[in-house]
Design a protein around this ligand. Sequence first.
Ligand code: URA
Length: 233
Amino acid sequence: MRLDRFLSEATELTRSQAKRALKLREVSVDDVVVRDGASQVSDTQTVRWQGEVLERIGWRYLMLHKPVGVECSLRPTHHPSVLDLIDIPQLDRLHPVGRLDVETSGLLLISDDGKWTHRVTSPNRACVKRYRATLAEPISDKDAERIARRFEAGLTLQGEDRLTRPATFERISEREVLIGVTEGRYHQVRRMMTAVECPLVQLHREAIGPLELDPDLEPGECRYLRPEEVAAF
Ligand code: URA
């Protein structure tokens, strides 16, 4: 790996600060001062900046139990950002993997690995996102079956002309349903529920593909994914 890339992954230095550190002879590789950011460093070499040994931070993958009232945007307008809930270095590198709207709670993945994010969110992969909705009105079995058929057939959402992909709708109790969608259109679940005239009062994401929200995480808490969880996508 190039030394300048290593510096940007192992420190909070911006590109220009890293350049300056190199120019000021603050960086050494195996105790030899190196000033050229393009020079290569291997995993076995010891890189120091101002005498401190640097460890490269690898890709990071987290799951957050997103509470209601925080925005997934990195530049939030009206509420705190989900990143305000996370306390790890180099926060500015992280991004939410897909989005939940302010009023929706539940499983949100966060990473700095763009390729992995693409694997999770690409519509071509048809990764099922499962939501639990609390309904404003009780729903009968018969109505639930009717809505399930419409979800399966695809709906036209207001302002769009492309049908939604087949989705699932399962009644759990009078006021609770599980919804499975493979797309990530803007406010998709709420708009699908509006389209079938089934208003909801709460929306919570329980799972993304094979990954379930960890029941030990309270709203606002996060944890790193285990290697097998990362590899599941
Ligand atoms: N659909 C919605 O309407 N909101 C979300 O946050 C996610 C899916």
